[in-house]
Design a protein around this ligand. Structure first.
Ligand code: F0G
Length: 442
């Protein structure tokens, strides 16, 4: 411990790295020194990365960026191949040798055909962030945040997690030859995600509390133990995660969809997605915004309640419960940022039941796409938004799938029924007879 303290920076002391500033999302104060918790020195609220130089941007600079990013697709340099750092003009400036990348981003956009037919939506797409190196959208944010931590001289990084962040932090720390410390709610993380964190060499602490308790504890611990906090309260996380919006727009040939729908847990991802779109509008890369809507599990719905009960003024904290363990969060850190995204883009929130999540997840699987339960909230929520008329049948919709289906295998095995046969004798006659009986109708 002593040795570690000696080689660590005392604070994240620089306000401006290149041309960015850290600004409070609540009172707007531009920060001088930034503490280990990334809190505003005036009001303790969250910070965001701002880029004062962008005020000088012209319509031509937007066109030049599009061309430059397109050209980088032919490059084999790691920072050009990365679906985060390819867009580095819109990220904090870092020296190339500090960039920690594993070719994150670069995730596919796919048509959702059966669901589109069922919902009578002509343009229904998914962007599958589960196709990232560790199987979730977290990798784009962790690439950015760990790069900044490395540039600041940290050798340890830490996170609290429902599973995916820990897998990503562990992998990127290992890749950067850094150490990782992860706090998990004991017994509430899928075995796949836990196995990833262990395999990648993280120090894993299982705690007898929920995610919200883990994050609170980590915030205490990083003030005494020299690890850089990589949860999405770290504003650099969101800078990495906002690039999904840039990549999506390139993939759609810069044609803005009417709706983008994303699951909500700690609310960093929806905040980042919205930030990405708002920045593209500011820079003239797009002329309109999609409505960004956020879906929560009914048992983990603090944002839905916050919007319903006080229009986003005060967070309604809850005790969260859902089988979609990735989003089992009752006290989301980035709620203010998410409320701003809903208001600025005209999006909405919706809650979905455990049954609705499970059905939607099976439907995505039946299209050959698959995702983890938290991601399936998007399709479940879309169905409700179509029913309520918020999404119209002429609208184009993109669902952000956040995690790979293999993240939570137990959830799927518990749901299998009709098509899962046996154990039975290894006998062709018996097998054919069973198939004929079950599939007599088709
Ligand atoms: N989908 C998946 C698969 C997630 O793992 C998470 C969050 C979310 C959606 C919600 O994103 O928190 O930015 O609103 N997982 C975090 C974790 C909490 O620790 O892995 P959010």
């Amino acid at each position: 411990m002593k040795i570690l303290s000696n080689i660590l920076p005392s604070t994240l002391s620089r306000t401006l790295i290149g041309t960015h500033a850290l600004r409070c999302v609540h009172c707007g104060t531009v920060q001088g020194k930034v503490d280990r918790l990334f809190q505003c020195s005036e009001c303790s609220e969250l910070l965001e990365v701002a880029y004062p130089d962008w005020a000088a941007a012209t319509p031509e600079s937007g066109q030049r960026l599009k061309k430059l990013w397109q050209e980088r697709r032919l490059s084999t340099a790691p920072d050009d191949v990365s679906g985060v750092w390819r867009y580095r003009e819109l990220l904090p400036h870092v020296a190339p040798h500090n960039i920690v990348t594993m070719s994150e981003g670069n995730t596919p956009v796919m048509l959702l055909k059966k669901s589109a037919r069922a919902l009578r939506l002509p343009h229904l797409l998914v962007k599958h962030q589960g196709m990232n190196p560790t199987g979730s959208f977290k990798d784009t944010g962790i690439s950015a945040a760990i790069t900044m931590a490395k540039a600041e001289g940290f050798s340890w990084v830490g996170c609290a997690s429902t599973g995916n962040t820990s897998a990503s932090v562990a992998a990127y720390a290992a890749h950067a030859e850094m150490r990782s410390l992860v706090f998990l709610p004991a017994g509430q993380v899928s075995s796949g995600k836990l196995a990833q964190a262990l395999e990648y060499g993280a120090t894993v602490v299982q705690l007898l509390t929920d995610f919200d308790g883990c994050l609170k504890l980590l915030q205490e611990v990083v003030q005494r133990f020299p690890a850089c906090l990589l949860n999405s309260v770290n504003p650099y996380r969101l800078e990495g995660q906002k690039t999904v919006a840039f990549e999506l727009m390139e993939q759609l040939n810069w044609s803005v969809p009417d709706h983008v729908i994303v699951p909500g847990g700690n609310l960093g991802n929806s905040s980042a997605l919205g930030k990405g779109f708002l920045e593209m509008l500011e820079l003239g890369l797009i002329a309109t915004l999609p409505k960004v809507s956020i879906i929560q599990a009914a048992g983990a719905n603090p944002l839905v309640r916050t919007m319903r009960e006080n229009s986003g003024k005060e967070l309604v904290r809850i005790n969260a419960e859902t089988r979609a363990t990735a989003i089992r969060i009752g006290n989301p850190a980035s709620w203010r940022k998410a409320v701003a995204v809903l208001k600025n883009t005209g999006g909405t929130t919706e809650e979905v039941s455990e049954e609705e999540i499970s059905v939607a997840k099976a439907e995505l699987g039946a299209e050959g796409i698959g995702c983890e339960p938290a991601s399936a909230t998007t399709l479940a929520g879309l169905k409700k938004l179509v029913r309520s008329g918020f999404v119209k049948t002429s609208d184009s919709v993109v669902l952000i799938l956040t995690g790979h289906m293999l993240k939570d295998v137990d959830y799927m095995l518990q749901a299998q029924g009709k098509h899962f046969l046996g154990p039975m004798e290894a006998d062709a006659g018996a097998v054919v007879k069973t198939l004929e009986r079950i599939y007599a109708d088709n």
